[in-house]
Design a protein around this ligand. Sequence first.
Ligand SMILES: NC(=O)c1ccc[n+]([C@@H]2O[C@H](COP(=O)([O-])OP(=O)(O)OC[C@H]3O[C@@H](n4cnc5c(N)ncnc54)[C@H](O)[C@@H]3O)[C@@H](O)[C@H]2O)c1
Length: 382
Amino acid sequence: MLRIGVIGLGNIGKVHVNNLRGGLVEGAELVAVAEQATGALDEFKDSGIACFTDATEMIQSGLVDAALIALPTFLHAPLGIQALEAGLHVMMEKPLACHKAEAERILAARQRDDQVIALMMNQRTNPCYAKLKQWLDEGAIGTLQRVSWIMTNWFRPEIYFHSSAWRATWAGDGGGVLMNQCPHNLDVLQWLVGMPERIRGYCSFGKYHDLDVEDEATAYLEYPNGVTGLFAASTGEAPGVNRLEIIGDKGTLKTDGNKAILMRCSESVAEFSKSTDEMFGMPEITEEVFEPTEAVNQHAIILTNFSKAINEGETLITPAEEGIKSLELAGAMIYSTWTDSTVELPLDSAAYEARIKQAAAESTPRTNLKTAAKVDMSKSYR
Ligand SMILES: NC(=O)c1ccc[n+]([C@@H]2O[C@H](COP(=O)([O-])OP(=O)(O)OC[C@H]3O[C@@H](n4cnc5c(N)ncnc54)[C@H](O)[C@@H]3O)[C@@H](O)[C@H]2O)c1
């Protein structure tokens, strides 16, 4: 049995704790929790689960084989590095860190080859995204031409941000919608179609909320072989849409996260275009629809995979190394806006770190926190 300690018992930490205590994570047990807000530890008294107010003590306790870091994003790097240096396996909450340079430091803290470092990019297990991945791997749409993701159904009201000092701040979260909500989408995007070579981003900072960071972003992405991409995100639209479309020479894939569609062309569009004598002709299209019938527990699946990777050598669904890529996409969109220029990838992590530190230094710390926010996590994932 893998002995897991969860660090941070906020919104998402509680979800992981409930999955572990509910027996939903195969091969793993919750043996310790660490939380600085002592009230959150009350429910663990007399449970046999060790309680720590100091996360370092838990890491050093010898009680845990693995740490799950469910802390505010700015604490991912310091505590993740501590846990890795102590030789623990680590599951990091998303995003891996506030920016690419921090993420590189986390990965460099690995002590042994068999030390497993995973990232909670749970949306890879959304059945619709997984189906798109399967279709792409099968070559169902032929050569990639274009990708477009309009991801604006991340609406968040003002209290979401103002209930904590860290969310949607440069120092605490590394940004806004691209860093808190969209890491999932940016991760799935690069998982499906790979990384672009350059990005031109247009971010709006505090357009809909009282924030210094971006709450709306639109970006043009250029991939190898002339493939083009569009990514748009917002936390200021209601209800917003989730519209992912991937276009290839032999078909189109579409999903809204609830249903996935494959529109297959009868032949290559390029070949058809050259050979047809019909002025308004088009290849014939057949449609396949995939509609999952049951909801999946995405977080429990990723945690079970983490435990099996350690216990049985199972391949990780979401290795932490992959977390650099979504940070790079978000960072490039923000950096492009700051520099009013197209950004070539890979992103210069040192230059970006210097610029984000400047943004953090220039921003006003959030005061007058509204701590009475009502929380229903089932509405958080959309
Ligand atoms: N994968 C997902 O679906 C998902 C969903 C929500 C949040 N997240 C990510 O999880 C992280 C946490 O988000 P959240 O919404 O749960 O935040 P939160 O603010 O609700 O919870 C963080 C908790 O950490 C505690 N904490 C802070 N510093 C600590 C320290 N030094 N030692 C011990 N405890 C400490 C806080 O008291 C708080 O209870 C963020 O990085 C966020 O992006 C992921």
